[in-house]
Structures are given as structure tokens and as C-alpha cells.
Ligand binder design. Sequence first.
Ligand SMILES: Nc1ncnc2c1ncn2[C@@H]1O[C@H](COP(=O)(O)OP(=O)(O)OP(=O)(O)O)[C@@H](O)[C@H]1O
Ligand SMILES: [Mg+2]
Length: 508
Amino acid sequence: MMSERFAELSPSEFFYRNKELAGYTNPSRSLYSSFRELLENSLDACELHRITPDIYVRLSLEEKKSDTTGIYRLRVQDNGSGVPGKEVLKAFGRVFYSSKYVFRQSRGTFGLGGTMALLYGQITTNIPIRVVTSIGKERIFSYRFLIDIEKNLPNVVERHSHPNKNRWRGTIVEVALLGNYPRISHMMIAYLKQTAAVAPYAEFKFADPSGRLFFFRRTTREVPKPPRVAKPHPHGVDVEALKKLIRDADPGMTMLQFLCDRFHRVGVRTARKFLRFANVEFDTPVGELEMKQIMQLSERMQNFSSFLPPNPDILSPIGRKIFEEGIIKEYEPDFLRVVIRPSSSYLGHSFVIESALGYGGKIPGDAGDIRLYRYANKIPLLFDEGSDVSLKIVNGINWGYYKRPMDGPVAFFVHLCSTRIPFRSLGKEFIADVPEVEREIKASVRELLRSLSTFTRRIEKRKGLTRRLELYRRYLPKIAEFSTKLAGREEEPDIGPLLRKVKKRHAK
Ligand SMILES: Nc1ncnc2c1ncn2[C@@H]1O[C@H](COP(=O)(O)OP(=O)(O)OP(=O)(O)O)[C@@H](O)[C@H]1O
Ligand SMILES: [Mg+2]
């Protein structure tokens, strides 16, 4: 029997071999994924620092490969935080290097997206990636590099740094990649439109390969308060995470101090109560805990019901005003209602569901259509709708209970914002049906439907009155004429007051 050869894979090589996992399946979908990953990085770089985003995306065709595919140059420029000089190569040239591995709400989570876009570009064109960035201080850094896939390290082709006289701050990322724009353009534009609907404070310009410029103007300068980094909540900590927290702590720290200092929402009273529940002395030094005790502690943490829920203040929801503003800006609906649910939590992560329902106006679709726009931490999710928890809820609506106007399409907007989105794939396209999340979405959808029913009743009533008014207008003069003749009178009665009375009711 032949002996097996064993080898190790670097993270870059793993994703190089399994690009599909991160949403890089074919030239059109890969172009879309690259575009959105770079854009999301830009938005994070602005919003996490409360900067009003100005984002400019340019896509140009460099070389035609077939009727629809070609080598494209994708360039994304932002006015975000910029990347410190010493971090640039690691942030962009390594898979699993991120500033977002903390308990904080952000679009990025994996430390993979942007780098994968660059990696995909490299493997389809072998053209070095270009990054220009500055944090607004003395120097601007500019790099051209390839990624050494085997070593998961950048291979620098060119590097410069020059004085930053105007104190420019931001990042430009440029990548050449194999793509199919004609096939995916509608999705890229939909992505921008749906992003603009939840970020009316951002300005997007997109110059496409055919010379069209898509411009999404901002209508407000109000950027939501940025999310805050939180400590881990005890309900979200498993044995491994607990071991790491213990390793990072001073071994002489007492268990009481450790719990109060290293966990989210654990004060002295809760910590004491928990330690009694877990049968651990308050002053046990963390360094003296044995493996068996750590395992027991972790299990007890999950079962202790008196921890306070995570604080929703650390989140950065869209907020009613901005949400309404964005939807009105992009879709001008005839009816709009936004519902913000109270915050809730799952596995130690707080989350908030913000939902909206729009009807008519410029919502795309035919009369009677029902659309669903899904968002996770302000990212529009355009693919794999069929597997998403929100679709399950919207499809499950019993329209027998609710009324809806049938003259235009109805759109649901469901936004989940959380320190951790339960994505079911690295491509970040759909949300798993976590029971707590499902319950909140359901509750918000019900509330929206109740408002829609009230609105529908109101317009039906109005329609009925309009019809009646029309009838009166048409027949009352005739009735007045005949009855005058019948009564043998000369003068017809004045029907004006009667019509005015009906009209007044109609206006209510
Ligand atoms: N435009 C940008 N401005 C500032 N920093 C950026 C920008 N793009 C990337 N970065 C930095 O590079 C890091 C890596 O980006 P990458 O997209 O690979 O991962 P991520 O955004 O952390 O997670 P995800 O895989 O979910 O996108 C980011 O965490 C961020 O610190
Ligand atoms: Mg990212």
C-alpha cells in the first residue's frame, strides 16, 4: 500500500483552493464579491470613525476575453480612516489579518473579504495589487504587491511613501481581475442602491465600463453613532474563549476581579452570585484554576440565568430617522412605516431588528408584488435569499389576516444589527434561523403588517367615498331636475351644501 503524504495548507492557499466558500464562483459573481468587499471595507473605515463616507468606484475594461468576460480594473477610493503604514501589507496581503476581531458591530468580520478580492484578482490576471493610503498624517503610503499564496504573505513589487501636504486621508485599492460585468451589472447597481437606502449620509459615485456614472447623493450629514468595542458576554464564552481570557489575565488576579474586569455587564454583585452558583471561592487566583474547573466554569456560565443581557448601547443601528430618510430618498414610497424592536440577545451577542415596510411610489415591481430587502449590519444581502430566515417569515405571512393595497408593490426591509451576525457562509449572504432573531423579525413584520392594514382600510374607505361622491355628482342634479318638475316647482333646490357635506367627510 502506498503511504499517504501529509502537508499543511496556509490560509491563503486554502481559500485559493476553495474560492467558492467566500463567494468567488464565476467571473460575474467574483466581480460582484470583489466590488462589495472593497466597498464594505471603505464604509467600515468611515462609519467606525463617524466619517461621512465619500466613495468613488471605477470599473474599466482592460482587455476583452470573450463576448462578456474580460480583464477589468476595479478601483475603490474612500475618505475613511486610512491604514497605518506598518499595517498596510498585513491588512491587504494576508488572509485572516483584521482590525475587526473584536466584539463590535461592523460590516467586516472574518479578516478575509478584501484580501480574497485581491487574491482572486491575482490568480486570474497575475497583475500586482495597488494600495494607496494615509491616515491623514505626514505621509502617504503606496504599495504594489502580489500575495505569496503558500506563505500567506505579501510579495512587494513596489513601495513608496511621499509627503502628505494636503493631509489627505483615505484609501485607494486597485485590482485587476477577470469579470463579467454585463451579467452582473444589475446586481452591482442594486447593491449600491440598497446600500444608499440605509446610508443616506454616504455619497457613492460609480463609473462603469460603458462610461455611465451612477451617482447616489447624500441627503443628510448625520452618521449614526459608531458602535463600541465590548468585552465578551459570559453567555457567548465557550471553554476555548475562557481559556484564552484566563491566559491573557494576570495569574494572581482573583476570580472576582477577573469576572468584573474581563466580561461585559458583570458587576461585583453578579460576579459574587455567579461564583457562589459555580462553587468557586471569590479569591481563587485565576492562574490556579485547573482544566477541569475551567470546563465546569464555562458550563456554569451558560446555565447561569442572572447575567444582565448585553448592553445594546454598543450597537450602531440605522435609527428611525435615517432609515426613513434613506428609503424615501431611494424609493419614494406612498406609504412607509419603520419599526425598531427593543434590543435582544443570542449567545451573548446583542442585536436589534429594524424593519420597514414601503408601498407604491418607486418601489420596483408590479402591483401586488411583495419584495424583501435584507440587511445585516447595513450590508444588503442580494444572493441566496431562499435560505434566509427573513424570507421564511415573509413567505409565511397569512394575508388572510392582513389587508394590503393591490395597486402597487409592497417592500419589506429587514435589518439585523449585531456584534455577531449568524451568517451561514463566508460569502455573507444569508442569515441563519437563530430562534431569538427569528422571533424578533416575526414580531416586527407583524407590527408592520398591522400598520399596512390600517393604511389599506383608510385608502379603501377613501376610495368608497370618492365613488359615492362621483355618483352624487352625476345623479343629484338629475334627481333635483326631475323632482322639481314632478313637484311642479319653478326653482330647483340647491344641491351644493349636500355635495360639500359629502366632500368634507371624504377629506377626513
Ligand atoms: N478601505 C480601507 N480603509 C481602512 N482599512 C481597511 C480598508 N480596507 C481594509 N482595511 C483593513 O484591512 C483589514 C482586512 O480587511 P478584510 O476585508 O480582508 O477583512 P475584514 O474587513 O476585517 O473582514 P471580512 O472578511 O468580513 O471583510 C480590515 O480589518 C481593515 O483593518
Ligand atoms: Mg472586509
